[in-house]
Every structure is written in C-alpha cells, then in structure tokens.
Design a protein around this ligand. Structure first.
Ligand SMILES: [Fe+2]
Ligand SMILES: [Fe+2]
Length: 240
C-alpha cells in the first residue's frame, strides 16, 4: 500500500479467462486485492472467449474491487468478435483500458497495449515475402508503435507498462520453446528499452516464469494467474 515516500503497490493479474458457466469467480479475490494494493492491473484474457455474457460476469465481480483498475485485452477477448461490447461493459465497471489512453494514478503513469506475436531477437519474423507474412509482422510493429506513442505522452517519473503478450523470453521459460514466437515479440522490448520504465507486466504465458528483465534491465513480470509468484497469490504485488 502507499507509504511515506509515495511508493505504490501494483497488483498484476492476467488470464482470468472468465467463462459463462462461472458464478462470481473473482469477487473474493478482488475484495482481497483491494486491501493489498493501490492499483489493479489486468493483463488481458479477461474473458475466455470474448463473449458479452463473460464480460458481464466479470463486471459484476469488479464491483468488489475498491482500488483503481487499469487493463488491456488479450487474444481470447477478441475471439467472438464482440470485443467492442466487452470493452464497453468492463469500462462501465470501472476498468481504464490502456489501448486508447494512458492514466496517471498516485503519481505513476500507466501505459499499455495488447501486443502481438512474432518471436524474439535475431529469430524474430521479418516482413518479407507473402502479403500474409507482411500483415502479420505489421500487426506486431503497430502494437510496438502504439506503445511508443503512449509512453511519449506520459510525463510521470515512474511508469508501469501493461501488456498481454510477452516482450522477452525469460518470462516464457516453462512453456514449450517451439511456441515462444507465438507468445510475444521483442519489438515490444526494443520500444520499452528506449524509455525509463519501472516495471512491465504481461500475461498470456500460463506456464511461464514470473520474473525476468529486458536487455536494459527493466523488470518484467508474467502475471498470468497460474504462474507461481513471490506473493504466493494468483496476482503479483509489485512496488513502484
Ligand atoms: Fe490466457
Ligand atoms: Fe492469451
């Protein structure tokens, strides 16, 4: 929680995958987290299939959350083509989505995008050959550019980035190596390392590793709910 030198605690939680069949899946957790942190950051895959009904279930549970909530969508939230309505329902429940806007909360700037796949380092997929490949790579480049624009617009001394896809491979360890290129893109990390960033939170890699660092040394945390964390909880507790 907030203390004398104005450090704040950010709770990071990704991959909630709220399904239609569940009743109040996160009500208790949101009530608990409200006593542990100053801000809750949701790292995408908030719903299982991006259905309106799933968003409504999550929205109801969010009433138990008494701290500000920021977030990004994940790939699962786009599955049914209802993402605009999902976004609207969750916005009405108080979630401040970072895809369209940055937020300053308790003196800390929050920026975020969903991100995209494409691989890492020298093995990153390049925009060459078929139009389909160029389109795929273009999506990853656009996400990184949108993050860059968001970061430029923040004027706070401390910044937290919220993503769904991973910017580095260290937090993917535990997942099959063959699927690393589908779990994130180092185009995100290249952008992040051009700024002074306090922490990066992501999800998507359910079987990954909690903590890693970018090349520049910026801490990155995999907040997918099933990844074991220092907090011993489904959510990470990160002081910034
Ligand atoms: Fe997920
Ligand atoms: Fe995902």
């Amino acid at each position: 929680m907030q203390n004398g030198n104005s450090t704040i605690t950010v709770a990071g939680l990704g991959d909630l995958h709220v399904a239609e069949s569940t009743a109040h899946p996160f009500r208790e957790l949101f009530a608990e987290v409200s006593g542990e942190a100053d801000v809750l950051a949701l790292c995408g895959d908030l719903t299982n299939l991006g259905k309106v009904k799933e968003a409504e279930i999550l929205a109801e549970d969010l009433h138990a959350c008494k701290i500000p909530v920021v977030g990004v969508l994940g790939n699962h939230d786009l599955e049914c083509g209802e993402s605009e309505r999902v976004l609207e329902i969750l916005q009405q429940a108080g979630v401040r989505f970072l895809e369209t806007q940055v937020y300053e909360i308790e003196g800390v700037g929050f920026a975020g995008v969903k991100g995209f796949a494409g691989g890492f380092g020298s093995h990153m997929l390049g925009a060459f050959g078929e139009e389909a490949i160029k389109h795929f790579v273009g999506e990853a480049v656009n996400e990184a550019m949108r993050l860059e624009n968001a970061l430029h617009s923040l004027t706070t001394e401390r910044t937290v980035i919220v993503l769904h896809y991973a910017p580095i491979t260290a937090t993917l360890e535990g997942e099959p190596k063959d699927i690393f290129p589908f779990l994130g893109s180092s185009r995100l990390a290249e952008t992040i390392d051009r700024f002074d960033v306090s922490a990066v939170l992501h999800g998507h890699a359910h079987h990954g590793t909690y903590a890693g660092k970018t090349t520049k040394g910026i801490p990155v945390y995999n907040c997918a709910q099933h990844v074991p964390k220092e907090s011993g909880k489904p959510y990470a507790l990160i002081k910034v």
